[in-house]
Write a protein that binds this ligand. Sequence first.
Ligand code: FEO
Ligand code: CA
Ligand code: CA
Length: 543
Amino acid sequence: MTLTRSQFLEYLGKGIGALALAKSGSLFGSGKRTHNKPSIPSVKNSFPKFKPISASDQDSLILPEGYRYSTIALFGDRINPQGDTFGFNSDFNCYLPFNGKKNSGLLWNNHETLGVLEYYVNGYDSQKQGPNLRTDKQIEQYLYALGGSVLRVSKENGEWKMSPDSKYGRRINGLTEFRLTGPGAGSPALGNTNRAFGTFANCAGGTTFWNTILSCEENVEWVIEPCKLPNETHYGWVIEVDPFDPKSTPVKHTALGRFSHENAALVLSPEGKLVVYMGDDARDQFVYKYISKNSYDPSLGAGNSSLLEEGILYAANFEKGIWISLDLETNEVLRNSKLENGKARFTSQADVLVYCRDAAKICGATPMDRPEDIEIHPIDGTVFIAMTNNDSHGNLFGQIVRIQEKSGNHAGLEFDFEVFAAGGRGSGFAAPDNLAFDKQGNLWMVTDVSQKNLNRSVYKKFGNNGMFVIPTTGPESGKAFQFASAPIGAELTGLWFTPDEKELFVSVQHPGETTKDYQNPTSHWPHGGNSIPKSGVIAIYLK
Ligand code: FEO
Ligand code: CA
Ligand code: CA
């Protein structure tokens, strides 16, 4: 069976699942789901037909013919009666519907960084004034703009809207109090405390099986330095927030390690262990997974959060196809590792978790090309990892790697892998970042070519950052079809389908990031004219 590009577009509208599963050109075959994540009901004909768009350098959010979008929240919008406002540089989204109401629920959105657009947040010109002359007020505004937002949203008359008057509207930000959990809590490595203040650099994330959200602290050093924060070990963790309880204290789970966390992809093993796949988005850093000690118990509800407090963290060795335990008690390499002064490098598991990168490196984890988002294939359980690029190795365009755990058991310690799709002229994309699967197993991916490269030299052909759809089975497996193009300077982030997959929530992050003159920004998205650019979250209507 061979499909042409145009036939592919035809069959997108005709239930790709059955057709795709009939034949697979992949290393791993299609296989059946082997994990017992709560099953996803199959939805027929939910994948839209579309005519792929071309790369563009226009200052617009471009979609295929017949599709449209509406903005749900933009930087500065009021989100609750107390007057809290939506943060800056939107990233990860997840939508948690209220019980039994698919069109009414809570939308979480991450607020990652300020970058050169800080001027629009607190008036500080980092391009002229340098990194460290901010007033206390500017630092407070800086920290408030980061973290995440809980939005009360609903679809009315065919349009998704945010309610600014809901009790659920909430900001978690760079000043919010957190409780620490796991081996790091109260340890000397974290200053003997189980409290920390603030979350920021929140990149991607994940949802749990008990209706909470996980948000990942990534490039925290970009915030610690300009905001002159003490306690750097309090940042670089995965946080958990219960959006349905506006009074709840959010937590930082130290058992998941401290590094530049991109994401947290959760899945259950056949015996009910919670497995969390995580990328460390930096050149030559590692892929991790965490396996809980105890098993998931649906009757415990939010009590299952304790699964994220006790377990073992592993780092991937791709050459051997094994997961290496970073458990100090059982790992002799870690126990025998010494500092230059002859003292033990790690005196407790808290040390291992706080200095996770050192531990993984010492144990032989494989340096990767900026591992970003990780998602589990909804049909065959394989694990997809976006490697954005690694210019220190001449890998300019990145690739998407697909792992298959041995016997399909996510709690297993052996795996095989393939490069599923590679960036470049042939595929038409560069620098894959966030991933999402639709229920038919098609991979939706957004790109993150950096500002210094966007629309320049070897990256010029890719235009602005974009969104692509990539079938994962069948003859078109691994081929990318462009679905969206971002405004100038922006990247699209935080892909999240509504439960019926009729809409797609997406963030438009840092439009105008290439701006040098704040009075004359390079992007005017979304309002056009002479307006300043604003990041925010939108809904794309797929039908
Ligand atoms: Fe925040 Fe790795 O992108
Ligand atoms: Ca990202
Ligand atoms: Ca990125």
